[in-house]
Design a protein around this ligand. Structure first.
Ligand code: AMP
Ligand code: ZN
Length: 482
């Protein structure tokens, strides 16, 4: 596979330290609020990448952290702790907030068919790892103590700005948010490895350390967690594009200084989901969630399709109109699949293999997921029988995860359930073929025939209470759920 690498700034042939095996790391969510659908765009694309690698025959070990400590309002180590902010907002403890939003995140992931990584590690669970790394960085002279905190000294590196050739003078302190300069830093780009002093006194989670009671900086958690579960050689590191600087830049600085050798050669960054008013962000208050999409009647997989239709290295603009287009596409696709007849002959494995190879080549060109969607239409038009077409679609869906076959089967079932029940007297009930409802409708018809209006009305009320709308039609009745 060819994959764009933010480090080399070109599409490289994907390589791994151990042939056939991928050590993959993903920066997980900061669990102080619900994930917005922008965050989830990143996780959807990373999920497709993992599934594609498995589809291409790699064995993958994927690790993800959960940021439940240390992530301050500004990525440059200043401002309020995000977890504390969430806890105050909801009058709960930091750990309660963390548990609630971690569960909410994985529930959203499940709805979007995002596979749970092999290892999920909350940052608060690896304090010893961070202390080990920070101690070693101090010993090696890559870190210094100032004002009670431990800082990484970026001037000790030959090249710090690995992703962008920043002019150091251009780098305003705070990067994204304008914040005051930390006087303890020797160089503007230095960052905190361990805090014992911060601007806010009510920091909830603190641990003993050789430098006093405190808590880890945000960046050290990803290095520590990755080294613990991925080992010293990471093959692929993922995150949203805003993570490239300073977060990933700092991860590389501290990891390589600690290990004494290159750490991760391939970096995958997903570009942002934007609305017409700009980048979606948790800190801006109002934002779009999976639950909101559901409330508005969208299947979350429509959003997954929407993401897959565009390339991960391009910004994506969200609008309801764009989502509606994806919805129409999804429904039409399912209808076409539902019309295929599974039992129309044996699967032609040679044709499946030919399509599989094409899919590998096309999607394997820098994770071109929109070509993956186009491949579904090619499969529908393949010169073969329906059983083979379905086998190809099922094969592609291992990567795309759009539930194509099961949703199409649901559609087929629904159509079949538009069954008609004939009574002995020639009375026809048209509905979903539910025996309990049909029996009630029939009893009502008999009550009416016997001019027992009270019973007929009572049964109609009973059906209404069950959410059934009943319409009398010539020769029978029709019912549907409302
Ligand atoms: P956070 O929970 O803020 O730590 O972010 C979780 C992930 O979502 C990170 O990989 C971010 O880079 C990514 N992310 C944040 N905002 C967006 C956005 N608008 N579009 C896509 N990814 C985003
Ligand atoms: Zn990270």
């Amino acid at each position: 596979m060819k994959l764009y690498n933010s480090l080399t700034r070109r599409k490289d042939e994907f390589q791994t330290h151990t042939p056939g095996h991928v050590e993959m790391y993903t920066c997980g969510p900061t669990v102080y609020h619900f994930a917005h659908i922008g965050n989830l765009r990143s996780y959807i694309m990373e999920d497709v990448l993992e599934k594609f690698l498995r589809y291409a025959g790699y064995d993958v070990n994927r690790v993800m952290n959960i940021t439940d400590v240390g992530h301050l309002a500004s990525d440059a180590d200043t401002g309020e702790d995000k977890m504390l902010k969430g806890a105050k907002r909801e009058h709960k403890s930091v750990m309660e907030i963390a548990q609630f939003y971690t569960d909410a995140f994985f529930s959203d992931c499940e709805k979007l068919n995002i596979k749970r990584p092999d290892v999920v590690q909350p940052a608060t669970g690896c304090i010893d790892e961070y202390i080990k790394i920070v101690s070693s960085l101090l010993e090696k002279g890559y870190a210094y103590l100032a004002g009670g905190n431990v800082y990484f000294d970026t001037s000790k590196l030959e090249r710090y700005y690995v992703f962008n050739d920043h002019d150091e003078e251009d780098l305003a302190v705070g990067v994204r948010d304008s914040v005051e300069e930390d006087q303890n830093k020797r160089n503007k780009a230095d960052f905190v490895l361990w805090f014992t002093k911060s601007k806010f006194e009510d920091q909830a989670l603190k641990w003993d350390s050789p430098w006093g009671v405190g808590y880890p900086g945000w960046h050290i958690e990803c290095s520590g967690i990755s080294m613990k579960y991925n080992g010293e050689y990471l093959d692929l590191h993922c995150g949203g594009i805003d993570n490239a600087f300073p977060h990933h830049t700092n991860e590389i600085a501290q990891s390589e200084a600690y290990l004494g050798h290159p750490w991760c050669p391939q970096w995958f960054h997903v570009h942002h989901l934007n609305t017409n008013s700009g980048k979606m962000s948790k800190s801006k208050g109002e934002f779009l969630t999976v639950s909101l999409l559901e409330e508005k009647g969208y299947d979350p997989l429509v959003y997954r399709l929407f993401c897959l239709q565009s390339h991960y290295r391009k910004g994506l603009v969200f609008s309801w109109e764009n989502l509606d287009n994806a919805k129409t596409t999804y429904e039409k696709l399912l209808k076409r699949i539902a019309a295929l007849k599974p039992e129309d002959g044996p699967v032609d494995q040679a044709v499946v293999a030919e399509y599989r190879q094409k899919f590998l080549d096309q999607v394997g060109n820098d994770l071109n997921t929109s070509m993956g969607i186009t491949a579904l239409y090619d499969a529908l038009k393949a010169k073969t029988n329906d059983a083979t077409r379905l086998a190809i679609l099922a094969d592609f869906d291992q990567v795309l995860s759009l539930d194509l076959l099961s949703k199409a089967e649901q559609l087929r079932q629904q159509a079949a359930n538009q069954a008609k029940t004939e009574s002995a007297g020639g009375y026809t009930i048209t509905g979903e073929g539910d025996p309990e409802i049909d029996a009630l409708v029939l009893r009502r018809a008999e009550a009416k025939k016997a001019k027992n209006w009270a019973e007929a009305d009572a049964i109609r009320d009973q059906l209404k209470a069950m959410g059934i709308e009943l319409t009398d039609v010539p020769g029978g009745a029709m019912w549907k759920r409302v």
